[in-house]
Write a protein that binds this ligand. Structure first.
Ligand SMILES: NC(=O)C1=CN([C@@H]2O[C@H](COP(=O)(O)OP(=O)(O)OC[C@H]3O[C@@H](n4cnc5c(N)ncnc54)[C@H](OP(=O)(O)O)[C@@H]3O)[C@@H](O)[C@H]2O)C=CC1
Ligand SMILES: O=C(O)[C@@H]1CCC=N1
Length: 254
């Protein structure tokens, strides 16, 4: 199975890192981009992948379109497609648009950068021309680097907000919490580790325990205790409203 990664940015590299860690041979992955040759050489040195400046599409089974959304359809138009599986990771592109131009089956995937550590969450939206074995192939490919959920036109924007974009929301939260700890005397990296480990443990608990989040809060918060008082601050400042607005804004096509 030969994979071409078109685009060599952070999403592309995260997928490549995760796939190689999952056992895919680096030599079966080829990366290309638009202009930044230095970046391609660095990726070849770091991951052992092939790099190419002028790609022949027919040598590949899977072509991952991992450039910015505005370049995707133009790239598909510029090339001759035979029987490749096209996988676009770009926001707000539809599989039907790609299939109409290429004549091949297309999948719109929405992964997130934690795929680099095989803890990703990916939404897959299959086009009408995707054959059953191609669906299986795409699903297996993303299962190598985390969990997969099938999406469609309606759910994809919200999956993107909640999984593709949300790592940045979590980093924003960590960035807001860290100074409180450093001001108390922790080193910055130590503060970050404390918060990240608490987030990781809480995420694990959320995955293992299906009770509502309010019940999980009750497990932590004694009435009028420190947690309860802190949660009340979040509620007074209407965190739920803020999160709803952030997710809705990310899901919206600009
Ligand atoms: N970052 C994330 O967390 C996520 C990103 N995505 C999607 O992934 C895609 C890439 O995002 P990200 O990696 O963050 O972006 P980056 O800006 O980090 O990387 C974009 C890459 O695409 C290349 N590129 C742009 N246009 C072309 C083209 N016409 N042909 C070949 N290569 C091209 C750029 O090359 P050069 O530098 O040479 O111009 C660069 O390597 C986007 O569509 C985004 O919506 C989806 C989920 C999560
Ligand atoms: O914000 C972006 O452009 C991409 C889409 C999903 C996550 N990052």
């Amino acid at each position: 199975m030969n994979i071409l990664m078109v685009g060599a940015g952070s999403m592309s590299e995260s997928l490549v890192r995760g796939w190689i860690d999952s056992g895919i041979a680096p030599e079966s992955i080829t990366m290309t981009n638009r202009a930044d040759r230095k970046r391609l050489s660095e990726l070849a040195n770091e991951h052992g992948v092939q790099i190419i400046e002028e790609e022949s599409i027919e040598s590949f089974d899977i072509v991952v379109l991992a450039m910015q959304p505005e370049g995707v359809l133009e790239y598909v138009k510029r090339h001759e497609w035979t029987n490749q599986l096209l996988v676009s990771v770009a926001a707000h592109i539809t599989p039907d648009e790609i299939e109409q131009i290429s004549g091949c089956g297309a999948v719109c995937a929405m992964p997130n950068t934690p795929v680099a550590f095989r803890t990703g969450m990916t939404g897959l939206w299959f086009g009408h021309q995707v054959a059953m074995e191609q669906k299986q192939l795409a699903t297996e490919l993303f299962l190598r680097v985390g969990e997969v959920v099938e999406t469609d036109e309606t759910t994809m924007p919200f999956l993107m907000a909640a999984a593709g974009c949300s790592p940045a929301f979590f980093y924003e939260i960590v960035g807001a919490m860290t100074p409180v700890l450093t001001e108390a005397g922790f080193e910055a990296q130590q503060a970050r580790r404390i918060i990240a480990q608490a987030m990781k443990g809480s995420a694990e608990l959320l995955l293992q325990d299906a009770r509502p989040t309010d019940a999980l809060i009750d497990d932590v918060a004694a009435p009028n205790g420190p947690t309860d008082r802190g949660v009340q601050v979040l509620r007074t400042h209407e965190l739920k409203k803020i999160m709803r607005a952030a997710l809705s804004e990310s899901a919206r096509e600009a």
